[in-house]
Design a protein around this ligand. Structure first.
Ligand SMILES: [Zn+2]
Ligand SMILES: [Zn+2]
Length: 345
């Protein structure tokens, strides 16, 4: 089968490899859609510990497909079933895992991060992933592409649970990408009166506005724009959906009294931000950060997609065969389009 494997920094090759064996209690998945995430781009650009010429790794942690083969002893699933697979595999028995937070397990294994992922025709699903509920059946009304991109959506929902949106809130999202649009979708679903999307790129804002006309787009003079939209009160929720320190440093400036600020995007390793903590104090701000998502989040957002509450399909703007995976990466890195998907016939 074909697989896109990372052999080191900047070295991604589409190679022929054997179809993975099916382990007892596990399954073999025929991949139908696999979406490109910032994590893939970072691993490609910077390399990753343990990945080299002798130890290549198939990338991709956002994927869906059909069950090709069930391992011995697996029940509750059947061959041919359409499924979406959450990437984080916990040990199943530690405190984090039993609390439902297996994405913070110390023994964490993750597809496309430290075990082979889904930029491949087939991916082996380990027994622990099957036993721990990583595999979720999806209905015909959920596309494979949306089911793959759901991994990002689940991470956004993890954040949403922290910052919360009340009916009538004004929500400011900084960073117009698929992630920003997922925050916008949840905010609108929760009854936000105004959703302001900010980005330096006018073309990216226009692309987002075409998908969701209810958002207010702002490319410059953000403070002024927020003041106009809120009568000087500020935004109830501010989300930084990008990895820029200066954005984190200015986020409190846009927040209303009793506002909530969420740092969704992490900063590149070694970078930090200087925060004006007096704004937290005097405006009584709640500041949160989140990373990854639980199986609970993953299933919840699949439900939102299935019920038509947020249009994730519209965010998948590029489709490529596996041979063009480098093109998909280049376009994602250059922010051409919102979400790139590798699709298999
Ligand atoms: Zn992702
Ligand atoms: Zn664990």
């Amino acid at each position: 089968m074909k697989a896109a494997r990372l052999y080191g920094k900047g070295d991604l090759r589409v190679v022929d490899v054997p179809v993975p064996d099916v382990e007892e209690g596990g399954m073999l998945l025929r991949v139908r859609a696999a979406t490109v995430c910032g994590t893939d781009l970072r691993m490609f650009a910077n390399g990753s510990a343990g990945i080299d010429e002798e130890h290549p790794l198939t990338l991709c942690h956002e994927f869906s497909g059909t069950i090709e083969k069930l391992g011995k002893g697996v029940s509750g699933y059947e061959a041919g079933q359409r499924v979406s697979v959450a990437p984080n595999i916990g040990c199943g028995i530690c405190g984090m895992c039993v609390s439902g937070d297996s994405h913070h397990c110390k023994e964490l294994r993750a597809f496309g991060v430290n075990i082979d992922g889904a930029f491949a025709e087939y991916v082996g699903i380990p027994a622990a992933a099957v036993a721990n509920g990583n595999v979720t059946p999806i209905g015909e009304n959920v596309s494979f592409e949306a089911a793959a991109a759901n991994e990002a959506f689940a991470c956004v929902y993890n954040s949403f649970e922290r910052y919360g949106v009340n009916p009538g809130d004004t929500v400011l999202i900084i960073g117009a990408g698929a992630i920003g649009m997922m925050h916008a979708g949840l905010a609108l679903m929760a009854g936000a009166a105004k959703v302001i999307l900010n980005d330096l790129s006018e073309s990216r804002l226009a692309e987002c506005k075409a998908i969701e006309p209810r958002i207010i787009t702002v490319s410059k003079d953000l403070k002024e724009a927020v003041d106009i939209e809120t009568g000087g009160a500020g935004a109830n929720v501010v989300i930084t959906a990008c990895s820029v320190a200066a954005v984190q440093e200015s986020a409190f400036d846009y927040a209303a009294l009793n506002g909530r600020v969420n740092f969704f995007g992490g900063l590149p390793a070694g970078k930090d931000a200087r925060l004006d903590t007096n704004q937290i104090h005097y405006k009584q701000l709640q500041v949160s950060g989140t990373t990854r998502s639980s199986h609970g989040h993953y299933r919840k957002t699949l439900e939102f997609i299935s019920k038509g509450l947020v249009d994730v399909d519209a965010l998948v703007t590029g489709r490529y065969p596996i041979d063009s995976v480098r093109q998909a990466f280049d376009n994602a890195a250059q922010q051409k389009g919102l979400k790139q998907a590798i699709v298999f016939g």
